[in-house]
Design a protein around this ligand. Structure first.
Ligand code: UD1
Length: 358
């Protein structure tokens, strides 16, 4: 079986790690295509190096641009790549313009497409990720749903017969890295002289939070007013927007810091004891580490984290300090994201269908 993975953005490299490992273990041929959507070393190369991911076989070097320009450049470049490799499956990793471009290219060339993270919905039609997910789900041949909730969304859209629940591959890598970093001190704690258990890790990068200067200013003010240090791991988009609007990221209790590699991020979240974010992945990672999370968004795709009490959505950034002070959630042993074995299941689902087709 030959699988061609198309990745381009930071969280996709994390999800690629367990897939690449499971593909090798199953003896599958795995071609890795990096679109170049993320190109800064701390958003890209560091994940390949630290998570032991094989280097990409193909790098499209597409870079940044408006949605249409970026997606179009990828689409144009991917036709030749997919045609050259003619894989049994093109595997796409969800949410991003890289996912949509690879899906469109593959379906038009009659190459089967499997969508990891199928069925996630925010029901917010203003988010680029929501357009990308819905379009990808309706074009793909196999919908690899991470949760039962995602599978229900797909059934509601008439896609049940293409859906299989496999669990969440990010959970696989999170458990592995958590076990590797447990017991070693967080470098961030040492570098910034933080008190373990006494700070929050924050990330903000969504367009709806960064691109309106008034909104961004209010978020920075909310974080700065927290009752403890808040370390903001600043995505380049956030820094660019803050600079353009003349917003100082270091103020009050807020300390801006460069993004971290994955093991260091997990170590910092475990050490800090609190998370404030608008990232989908980090909400889920906080839950899996049983660290309370505050999410600055009006909705989430990972509703289980909210229902189980570990994640709180806030729209008004002035509520950040209050949310950080809230009482500890009820302990839970629920596993809505699987047992950490999703990648093996993905590879066996793909292999079973290749065998059936032959
Ligand atoms: C993308 C995904 C988002 C995902 C996020 C993870 C889409 C529509 N969005 O958002 O779903 O959660 O990745 O981080 O695909 N930039 C750099 N260096 C880089 C990459 C980007 O400086 O290596 C800056 C550029 O100014 C660029 C901006 O960040 O224009 C936005 O990058 P882009 O890839 O368009 O989207 P993200 O916000 O990263």
């Amino acid at each position: 079986m030959k699988i061609l993975s198309v990745v381009g953005a930071r969280p996709q490299f994390v999800k690629l790690a367990p897939i690449a490992e499971a593909a090798i273990a199953a003896g599958a041929e795995h071609v890795i295509v990096h679109t170049g959507q993320h190109y800064d070393p701390m958003l890209s190369d560091v994940f390949f190096a630290e998570l032991g991911i094989p280097n990409p076989d193909v790098h499209l070097g597409v870079g940044s641009g408006s949605h249409g320009v970026q997606t179009g450049a990828m689409l144009a470049a991917l036709d030749a790549v997919i045609d050259e490799h003619r894989p049994d499956w093109v595997l796409v990793y969800g949410d991003t313009n890289s996912t949509l471009a690879a899906t469109l290219s593959a379906v038009k060339m009659h190459v089967p497409v499997a969508h990891l993270e199928a069925g996630l919905r925010s029901f917010n039609r203003r988010m680029p990720e929501e357009h990308n997910r819905v379009l990808t789900d309706h074009a793909a041949d196999l919908l690899l749903a991470p949760t039962e909730v995602a599978a229900r969304h797909l059934a509601g859209e008439g896609l049940a017969d293409r859906t299989v629940v496999v669990g969440d591959v990010m959970t696989d890598v999170l458990y592995r890295v958590r076990d590797e970093v447990s017991g070693t001190p967080s470098r961030l704690v040492e570098e910034l002289g933080l008190e373990p258990g006494g700070f929050a890790v924050a990330t903000i990068h969504r367009a709806e939070n960064t691109d309106d200067p008034d909104r961004l200013r209010a978020i920075v003010a909310g974080l700065a007013a927290a009752d403890r240090p808040v370390v903001l791991l600043a995505h380049p988009r956030l820094r660019a927007r803050a600079d353009a609007a003349g917003i100082a990221l270091d103020s009050g209790n807020l300390v801006a810091h460069a993004p971290l590699g994955y093991p260091e991020l997990i170590s910092a979240v475990m050490a800090g004891g609190a998370v404030v974010t608008d990232s989908g992945g980090l909400q889920k990672e906080a839950f899996l580490l049983r660290v309370p999370c505050t999410t600055i968004r009006t909705e989430t795709e990972w509703v289980e984290t909210v229902e189980l009490g570990w994640n709180v959505l806030i729209d008004d950034p002035a509520d950040v300090p209050r949310s950080l002070r809230r009482a500890a959630p009820q302990p839970t042993d629920a596993t809505p994201y699987g047992q950490g074995t999703a990648a093996q299941l993905v590879i066996s689902e793909l292999a079973a269908r290749v065998a059936d087709a032959r």
